[in-house]
Ligand binder design. Sequence first.
Ligand code: MN
Length: 251
Amino acid sequence: MNVAGNAVKFTEKGSIDIIVRSDTKNIYVDIKDTGIGISEEELPHIFDEFRQVDGSAAREFEGTGLGLAIAYKTMKLLYGAIRVKSELGKGSVFTITIPLKWPGIIEEAFEDKKSIPKPTKQKNKTIFKTRLPKVLVVEDNPDNMVTIKAILKDKYEIIEAYDGKDGLKQAKEQSPDIILLDKTLPKMDGIEVVKIMKKDDETKNIPVIALTASAMKEDKELFLKAGCDDFITKPIDQKILFNKLNEWLGT
Ligand code: MN
């Protein structure tokens, strides 16, 4: 947002194109403007704090000089990268790289500082292909499983597990975005599954929504103690399920 805001601020006349692309590893957002541009001397410093391009043209524009520094830090936090290519008087292209899978590919995102991926020909068109959010459903009752799958199948990728041990295994292997977890399960019950998951670095950050019968207050307490993040009451209501997932996944 900051970067796009800058592009607007420093472009009096002309156009700004925002193009979103992706490959198997990253999402790229190219923000291309025909603004004042940035000189070669200034280019290495634009992500420094309290620094704005020191040209007369820049004086007409106000700003703290913090925007790009913040954008840069934000991208680092997201294991992404931000690059810029610019020509004085002609404009700039900022490219934001966000890994689809993180952490792990930071180096790659930062590695190629000079080359800017070529914007696609379809200008102003958003090309945004990415994977569906992954939901691991751990539920031994086939009817409940069918219901959940029917509700979620178009918007989510569903991984099924019919017992606690398999649920735990899938949570580690598949890195789901969220887990729906029944309590009474063969091999290992839901409470035990959450306890183990929340102690394991690989799985502790995955939100777990317990599926509980409304009458079972003690179940909720046990789940909470075990580290469970939220609840959905059975029988499952389609709207509530969607709302909960949206809340947790920001979808
Ligand atoms: Mn059950």
